[in-house]
Design a protein around this ligand. Structure first.
Ligand SMILES: Nc1ncnc2c1ncn2[C@@H]1O[C@H](COP(=O)(O)OP(=O)(O)OP(=O)(O)O)[C@@H](O)[C@H]1O
Ligand SMILES: [Mg+2]
Length: 442
């Protein structure tokens, strides 16, 4: 619940009303702004909160922290957001619709992953949120404020680009400080305040010992953290990350994504994270939004979307190894793959379907209804991956993951499976939309 706190800063002879909805850290700053501050500073030399030199500086720090607290709570609402680019080619004279009727709400303080294949409109969506692209239609709200027509510098957005975009001639400290030097009016900071902000942000992303190096003298992961620090230093209302990990090797990528999550949780900034790597999005995001051809296909908590894909596209996009897709048919509430009846599907009407089965949806069973041609078995520690083939499968091989304790008879040319109903999804043949069926046996 939000609280209204009135601070009387006597030296400034002003009564300042500051709305603050977090722990009352601000009180520490203000309370040491009176005569006690020197004593407090001497008593706690290691505590940076007490390193404030004057009442006026204490007041400014307090307000900026309060401001940060206020800014932290910032939902983003996209309403029918559309972006069309005029075509330049003579062969295709129509407009390019990069984003089409995109509507979604990103709750306060959440990390949302924007996912989709190359060219589906992820960067364009992000560029519209930060103000680099003007939408052709629709609106963008930060909290209750309509920011659709607001210029980028007034939106309070921190953006990290895919290629980091650090200034090569400036060292790390100067790169991080750069956005603060352009602050004007009430946001303008003194030299000491800038230095304090820069060192606090550098501490957050753990690059304090690199401050005097130029970007060319840093590894990819270190440059990445500098770019994140530069985006965070202005206390943005919203943090936008466009494929920030794509230039890193697999191990650094894993490590950096954990770091991004940690920083995001610590600062509580509403964040949109663009990636085409579904594993990345599934592992660190509070929710994901999956796009295809400029259209938002589905959004929700990662597990929810994985367990309940609304279309074949989303089912195929999420999951490693990928879902196995078969040509199937429903007859008398029974799913057939080829001529084999493999699963009762109560409530589904007779029709040709796409039957998609997650790798973990297969149960090895000597008399199981789905017979496949065994290709090979890969042991992966806890699990065993059985690679087989079936004429109705849309890919050459299908992959099922079963427990390592189950013994696979590799001498046999055939492997038989039963299916877990909760891991089987049916989709309409034409529209590729989900067909619900009763899963009372799951
Ligand atoms: N300035 C532009 N002029 C014309 N078309 C554009 C422009 N910018 C983007 N597009 C087109 O809009 C579509 C979406 O592009 P966008 O860059 O948003 O995709 P993306 O999802 O970020 O892809 P990637 O994963 O490859 O970065 C693409 O078809 C692209 O060619
Ligand atoms: Mg992009």
């Amino acid at each position: 619940m939000q609280r209204n706190i009135y601070f009387l800063i006597t030296s400034l002879e002003k009564c300042i009303k500051i709305r603050y909805n977090q722990e009352c850290e601000i009180y520490n700053y203000c309370s040491i702004a009176d005569t006690e501050h020197t004593a407090a500073r001497d008593a706690h030399p290691a505590d940076s909160r007490f390193q404030i030199r004057s009442k006026a500086a204490a007041f400014r720090t307090a307000v900026s922290i309060c401001y940060q607290g206020e800014k932290k709570k910032m939902k983003i609402v996209l309403e029918h957001l559309t972006k069309k680019f005029p075509s330049r080619g003579k062969k295709n004279p129509g407009d390019v619709t990069a984003v089409s009727d995109f509507t979604c709400e990103i709750p306060d303080g959440e990390l949302v992953g924007l996912l989709g294949p190359s060219g589906c409109g992820k960067s364009t969506t992000l560029n519209m949120i930060c103000g680099l692209e003007a939408p052709t239609g629709g609106k963008i709200f930060f909290g209750e404020e309509d920011v659709t027509k607001l210029s980028p510098e007034l939106r309070g957005v921190g953006m990290v680009f895919q290629n980091y975009a650090l200034y090569p001639h400036l060292n790390v400290r100067q790169n991080i400080q750069f956005p603060l030097e352009n602050l004007r009016g009430k946001d303008r900071l003194t030299k000491e305040e800038m230095e304090q902000r820069v060192s606090e942000t550098a501490h957050l992303v753990q690059i304090e010992d690199l401050m005097d190096r130029k970007p060319g003298e840093l590894s990819g992961g270190q440059q990445q953290r500098v770019a994140i620090a530069r985006a965070l230093v202005k206390f943005p209302r919203v943090l936008l990350l466009d494929e920030p990990l794509s230039n890193l090797d697999a191990r650094l990528r894993l490590q950096t994504r954990e770091e991004i999550r940690k920083i995001q949780k610590k600062t509580g900034i509403t964040t949109v994270f663009v990636t085409h790597d579904q594993d990345e999005a599934m592992s660190i995001c509070d929710r994901i939004a999956v796009m295809q051809n400029g259209v938002l296909m589905q959004q929700g908590h990662p597990q929810e979307v994985y367990d309940n894909p609304s279309s074949l596209f989303v089912a195929k996009f999420l999951g490693t190894p990928p879902i196995n897709v078969f040509q199937g048919s429903v007859r008398n509430q029974m799913l057939y793959i080829g001529e084999q009846p493999v699963l009762p599907v109560s409530g589904a009407a007779d029709q040709e379907v796409w039957a998609a089965i997650r790798p973990e949806g297969f149960l090895l069973q000597p008399d199981g209804p789905l017979a496949c041609h065994l290709e090979r078995v890969e042991v992966m520690g806890r699990d065993v991956s059985v690679i087989s083939s079936h004429s109705a499968c849309t890919s050459q091989t299908l992959r099922s993951i079963i427990s390592a304790e189950t013994r696979v008879d590799t001498a046999s040319p055939t492997v038989r499976f039963a299916l877990k109903p909760g891991k089987v999804f049916l989709f309409e043949k034409e529209t590729e939309k989900r067909i619900p069926f009763g899963k009372e046996n799951s």
